[in-house]
Design a binder for this molecule. Structure first.
Ligand SMILES: Nc1ncnc2c1ncn2[C@@H]1O[C@H](COP(=O)(O)OP(=O)(O)OP(=O)(O)O)[C@@H](O)[C@H]1O
Length: 248
């Protein structure tokens, strides 16, 4: 079964269509990147999958179930989104504990104490962080909390929107290592949006290059590593990255 299947997906904001006829199949356990210039529609695709961009046509299927246009609670248990800015995505007046427990409360699930402890351990945060507030944490620690929160419902898929680009260069590698470890340990599927080709080469199996709301090319990461992407626009992106694919 595929984790995510998009078929002839068009997405609009009001009268403006920003994603055109995107079809993609992402296997369970795969790590797949959407890359391309700013405004090419990458984040919009994640939002539509997550139910945050309601105006779409075509088909979105997650773990074999078609995604409805209306809010879908069951969906949150299989697929969660992690945003770029961990400060913006954490409530400033809630402790880490409250923030992590919220998804359980929303879904009427028990076992708060054990689950909070388990996700903190999984993301490498000491238990003493549990009763702190976001402003008492570093950027990297906040992103660990955001990832922990996404893991609370034990999803099988994470949608990652530029998960390291708001972080200092020195902590980006820590978060990338954490994401790699979590995927290995939990068999997660990643759909990741990034500007950063080194991130793709470190964390992903395949990538789709997007431009003006369309997919230009889908390639294996080996082609990226060899500098052998096929399309001229993809090669431009590669050249703009300086051809270095080591994460900072
Ligand atoms: N809420 C919104 N309302 C109207 N237009 C939007 C909205 N969000 C994004 N857009 C527009 O949709 C297009 C695609 O944006 P999107 O954020 O998906 O691109 P992106 O490739 O993720 O870019 P970036 O890398 O800068 O995040 C852009 O032209 C953007 O201006």
């Amino acid at each position: 079964m595929n984790a995510i299947e998009l078929t002839h997906l068009d997405i609009a904001y009001g009268p403006t269509r920003v994603v055109h006829d995107v079809s993609l199949a992402i296997a369970e356990g795969e790590s797949f990147a959407l890359v391309g210039e700013s405004g090419s529609g990458k984040s919009t695709i994640l939002k539509a999958i997550a139910g945050l961009a309601p105006d779409w046509t075509g088909e979105i299927s997650v773990l074999g179930s078609p995604r409805a246009h209306r809010p879908d609670r069951g969906f949150a248990k299989s697929c969660q989104m992690v945003f770029q800015d961990p400060y913006g995505s954490l409530h400033p007046r809630k402790t880490v504990d409250d923030c992590l427990a919220e998804p359980l409360a929303v879904h009427g699930l028990k076992g708060r104490d054990g689950r909070v402890k388990a996700v903190l351990a999984a993301v490498g945060l000491d238990q003493r962080f549990r009763f702190r507030y976001p402003h008492q944490l570093s950027g990297g620690q906040r992103q660990r909390v955001a990832i922990a929160r996404a893991l609370m419902l034990e999803p099988r898929i994470l949608l990652l929107d530029e998960p390291t680009s708001a972080l200092d260069v020195s902590v980006q590698a820590e978060i990338l290592n954490l994401l790699k470890k979590l995927r290995r340990e939990q068999g997660l599927t990643y759909l990741l949006v990034t500007h950063n080709l080194p991130v793709v080469s470190f964390l992903c199996d395949r990538l789709a290059v997007m431009r003006h709301g369309r997919i230009v090319e889908v390639a294996h990461v080996e082609a990226l590593k060899r500098g052998a992407l096929a399309e001229p626009y993809s090669r431009e992106l590669y050249a703009a990255s300086g051809g270095t694919l080591q994460p900072a």
